[in-house]
Design a protein around this ligand. Structure first.
Ligand SMILES: Nc1ncnc2c1ncn2[C@@H]1O[C@H](COP(=O)(O)OP(=O)(O)O)[C@@H](O)[C@H]1O
Ligand SMILES: [Mg+2]
Length: 158
């Protein structure tokens, strides 16, 4: 990727712009390959999120891996959480918007999904209206069943 400013001010771009963290990267990949859970904790802006994206970038070279990044910080209710969870999961697995929307329709047709595409990034997303505990349970069950049905190995961060 060609950029005019050589200094990255936000987000993860690619391994070429990611410094050091070699020991941490190897250690975490080893843990993931051995099905060990990991908790990263530090003050803000030390590089946790970037390290996760860096590791995902390397794991995704193997097409049998699906990597899911889930940021629940902004969720203030169960309904918001389900929407963030569902969008992260389906976006990480379905590579094309048409497939994404078909999957959303298959899984949640009874939950009135409103679908859209981000005009800047082109990423598809959906919004479910969840009015009851039953609808919440049904949608979470739908997301987990979808995950279980995957042939790919799922790696997640939350
Ligand atoms: N290893 C790294 N190499 C280059 N830039 C990095 C590295 N780690 C973090 N950064 C940059 O530092 C900033 C904060 O990192 P971030 O991953 O968001 O921290 P955290 O998740 O711990 O709050 C981001 O702008 C990110 O691009
Ligand atoms: Mg972070």
């Amino acid at each position: 990727m060609k950029i005019s400013n050589p200094f990255i001010l936000s987000g993860y771009i690619s391994k070429e712009f990611f410094c050091d963290r070699e020991k941490e990267t190897t250690k975490i990949i080893e843990a993931i390959q051995n099905n060990r859970n990991i908790t990263l904790f530090s003050q803000r802006r030390i590089g946790k999120t970037s390290l996760i994206y860096h590791i995902f970038n390397s794991l995704k070279i193997d097409k049998n891996n699906a990597c899911i990044y889930l940021d629940v910080l902004a969720s203030t209710s169960l309904s918001e959480f389900i929407n963030v969870f569902g969008n992260s999961v389906i976006n990480a697995i379905e590579s094309k918007p048409e497939k994404f929307f078909k999957k959303v329709k298959d899984l949640f047709s009874n939950l009135r999904p409103v679908i859209s595409i981000d005009s800047l990034t082109g990423s598809p997303s959906f919004q479910l209206t969840i009015d009851s505990k039953q609808e919440a349970e049904k949608s979470i069950e739908g997301i987990f069943n979808y995950l279980k049905s995957q042939k790919k190995k799922i790696q997640s961060s939350n």
